[in-house]
Design a protein around this ligand. Structure first.
Ligand SMILES: Cc1cc2nc3c(=O)[nH]c(=O)nc-3n(C[C@H](O)[C@H](O)[C@H](O)COP(=O)(O)OP(=O)(O)OC[C@H]3O[C@@H](n4cnc5c(N)ncnc54)[C@H](O)[C@@H]3O)c2cc1C
Ligand code: SF4
Ligand code: SF4
Ligand code: SF4
Length: 365
């Protein structure tokens, strides 16, 4: 089997498959890892795939020159995962005549689209704690850049793929997220199926709200309030990511984008924390342009403190034997609940006790 980048280290960005002139690359999702497999009987050895792949062709990373924290106006902040910096940047960019390409949930998939419509752009809001699928967005951005400026918002590896794909970047702006890893969508599908949901039939899915971590289906939490579901347990404990994420080259303070966004976990603005506070790192002049005059409350931030709360700014998530215990069970057909319990017994027991205490009215929601 011939693959575009090293075996089992593909990040699923789909850029090579979109670039390939012979359309002879298939991206295979094995849950544990992704691979971009080349059909050698059709391949003409043009090497365009390798030149596009962010694992092979490295993208220049830059140190942030400005770091800050802040929160958006009420309407935007309430619908965002964190402080609403992403939606504020999107709104300003569109109002100034640009197009935005980002990720949304549609027909059971986490896809990308591009728009200059403010109502449509609202659908981008929210963190999706799963590997999204940028297939098709690269050509759309390239075409749109011929006449307009475009802002791409995505995971760091996806920003790197966009930069390799698009040669003329004069009017391209990029925002990436601090990222500790992503699981295959097959894991989310499996978990939801066990809970009685078919992902293809869902109108809306969220992964947390301002006060509570967990899956929300059409606005309703899958588990009890304050109780973590098994999907989020495995996500937050770094046991369900694909192999490549544990050696991610973008988990560093040097960034591939103009602006990097995350959660300002260590913020001293305690009274604001429940509503979400964004951490904002700015690397370039384009980044400064993106946030200049933005409608947000912007404050200074102590970068050392922010880094302390966000190891992904220094090193990738660590692969432990718990991750192998979890995925070995899943791949052998065991249930999500059982596999989570075997790999993270203490975490699961804590959630069971919480549930019990809530039931007995000994713990408030
Ligand atoms: C997988 C993942 C892991 C993360 N890990 C951390 C972390 O460890 N530390 C930290 O500080 N922050 C992390 N974040 C970022 C955090 O959850 C918020 O997205 C970020 O703080 C921006 O918040 P916001 O309120 O400005 O925007 P949000 O409302 O969160 O909007 C975020 C923007 O990013 C896009 N987006 C969301 N999910 C995806 C996805 N899966 N693929 C591509 N684009 C996507 C949305 O379409 C939207 O445009 C992570 C996000 C993701 C998706
Ligand atoms: S070398 Fe060219 S033809 Fe072959 S898989 Fe890569 S892009 Fe496609
Ligand atoms: S370009 Fe993306 S999808 Fe293709 S091999 Fe590289 S990482 Fe995988
Ligand atoms: S950890 Fe790295 S490789 Fe994995 S999804 Fe995040 S940016 Fe991409």
């Amino acid at each position: 089997m011939k693959t575009v980048c090293d075996l089992n280290l593909c990040n699923g960005c789909m850029a090579c498959a979109e670039k390939c002139p012979k359309k002879c690359i298939s991206i295979i999702d094995n849950i544990k890892n992704f691979n971009a497999v080349i059909d050698e009987s059709i391949c003409i050895n043009c090497k365009l795939c390798q030149r596009t792949c962010p694992n092979i062709t490295k993208v220049k990373k830059l140190k942030p020159t400005e770091w800050m924290q802040g929160w958006a106006e009420k309407d935007i902040r309430v619908n965002s995962t964190s402080g609403g910096a992403a939606a504020s940047i999107i709104k300003k960019f569109i109002m100034e005549g640009g197009y935005v390409a980002s990720c949304l949930f549609r027909d059971g998939n986490f896809v990308f689209d591009i728009t200059n419509d403010l109502t449509m752009a609202k659908k981008f809001a929210g963190s999706k704690y799963v590997k999204s699928n940028p297939s098709g967005i690269y050509n759309k951005i390239q075409e749109r850049l011929k006449t307009d400026k475009v802002l791409f918002i995505g995971l760091p590896c996806q920003v790197a793929a966009v930069k390799n794909y698009i040669k003329n970047q004069d009017h391209l702006y990029t925002v990436d997220l601090i990222c500790h890893g992503t699981p295959s969508i097959k894991l989310l599908e499996k978990y939801l199926e066990e809970k009685g949901y078919n992902i293809s039939n869902l109108e809306d899915i969220k992964f947390r709200n301002k006060l509570d971590m967990g899956l929300f289906i059409n606005g309703k939490k899958v588990e009890k309030p304050r109780v973590l579901d098994d999907y989020l347990c495995t996500f937050l404990n770094s046991v369900n990511y694909t192999d490549n994420c544990y050696s991610c080259q973008y988990a560093s303070l040097d960034r591939v984008s103009d602006i990097t966004l995350g959660d300002s976990w260590g913020s001293e603005y305690v009274e604001e924390k429940n509503n979400g506070i964004s951490l904002i790192l700015c690397q370039t002049e384009k980044g400064k342009e993106l946030i200049k005059g933005i409608n947000m409350s912007i404050k200074d931030v102590d970068l050392n403190n922010a880094i302390k709360k966000n190891h992904q700014l220094i090193h990738p998530s660590v692969k432990t034997n718990k991750r192998d215990m979890f995925l070995t069970r899943i791949i052998s057909g065991k249930s999500y609940t059982y596999s989570t319990f075997i790999s993270l017994p203490k975490v699961v027991i804590k959630q069971i006790i919480k549930k019990l205490l809530i039931k007995l009215h000994l713990l408030k929601y």
